[in-house]
Ligand binder design. Structure first.
Ligand code: RIB
Ligand code: CA
Length: 313
């Protein structure tokens, strides 16, 4: 039986690849809806990008919503320097024929959880956690309906990518991340520690561009654009594919390994704002609230991704 999921996202090229992977895998995930959040670029553009990716996939049965347009307390920080002005630079995707749903994305998540049985819905978060934190603040009883939150964000051994201490998604909305990590909902976290193990390279990019469908071509163009930031910074051969780790976990968790530990979010110090403090060596007796994923088999990851992209129109 496919697991019912809601994808919360700020597309971004890596978000787009994660969305395509999910929409190509109906036997594994039943995508009830996709909700945009402000992050990589502004909300309006992220929502437009989500519509373009859904249309590219051919899965226009999946509704797209716009959620929160700014973090809970802080000013919005965006990442055009990584993702380009549109947030999805690389391919020139046509304006979508499909429209955004009228309902606010937070209301969609609340309504979906209200109608769900306990533990029926999994939230897959690919951007700042503003929408999900707003749901939990407005309707705390709904935390019991969530089977699991699988999210990309944070870092410990790899330290920060937007500040020396913090990863982008948690830095943009640290207060939202704090609410989610204290919610009591089971969390599987994909930090930079694991996403930096699934790097593209010439061989993998070659296989993606050889897929021969429009999704493969678009992904090849997306990664060809967004990788330059990481290559200049880290001097790697290829760039990490952050957000697709969340969906790959839903499909093939055996690709990954980690441990149940305590993770808390810094919201007091400007120096370390948004840092995810992982008690990886269990030196405290803080509650072990997170399944912290530290390792991935990158060959298995790319074989899965390429096999699934090949399915799309
Ligand atoms: O730090 C990586 C994360 O920030 C990814 O989700 C990427 O899409 C950006 O949102
Ligand atoms: Ca993202």
């Amino acid at each position: 039986m496919p697991r019912k999921i809601i994808i919360d996202t700020d597309p971004g090229q890596d978000d787009a690849v994660a969305i395509l992977l999910a929409l190509a895998s109906p036997e594994n995930v039943d995508v009830l809806g996709i909700v945009a959040v402000a992050g990589n670029v502004g909300l309006k553009q992220n929502a437009m990008n989500a519509l373009k990716v859904v249309e590219l996939s051919g899965r226009t049965d999946v509704p797209v919503f716009a959620g929160c347009d700014r973090p809970l307390k802080r000013q919005l920080v965006t990442a055009e320097h990584v993702h380009g002005v549109t947030g999805l630079d690389g391919p020139d995707l046509p304006d979508p024929g499909i429209m955004l749903q009228d309902q606010h994305g937070v209301d969609f998540i609340i309504d979906t959880l209200e109608r769900a049985a306990p533990g029926e819905i999994t939230l897959c978060a690919l951007g700042p956690l503003t929408n999900i934190a707003t749901v939990f603040s407005r309707a705390p009883h709904l935390t019991a309906r969530v089977e699991e939150i699988v999210l990309m964000g944070g870092a410990y051994f790899e330290v920060g990518n937007i500040t020396p201490a913090a990863e982008f998604n948690f830095y943009v909305d640290p207060h939202a991340a704090e609410i989610v990590f204290r919610s009591g909902v089971p969390i599987t976290q994909m930090p930079l520690d694991v996403t930096h193990q699934v790097l593209t390279n010439h061989e993998r990019l070659g296989r993606i561009s050889a897929i021969g469908n429009s999704s493969g071509m678009a992904v090849s163009q997306m990664l060809g654009f967004s990788e330059r930031f990481d290559l200049e910074k880290y001097q790697w051969e290829g760039a990490p594919l952050h957000d697709p780790c969340v969906i790959a976990w839903m499909i093939e968790p055996g690709i990954f390994s980690g441990r149940q530990i305590n993770v808390e979010i810094e919201t007091q110090s400007e120096l370390t704002m948004g840092m995810s403090v992982a008690d990886y060596w269990r030196v405290t007796d803080r509650p072990r609230n997170v399944n912290y994923i530290r390792n991935a088999n990158s060959d298995q990851f790319y074989n899965l991704l390429i096999e699934r992209l090949t399915r799309l129109a």
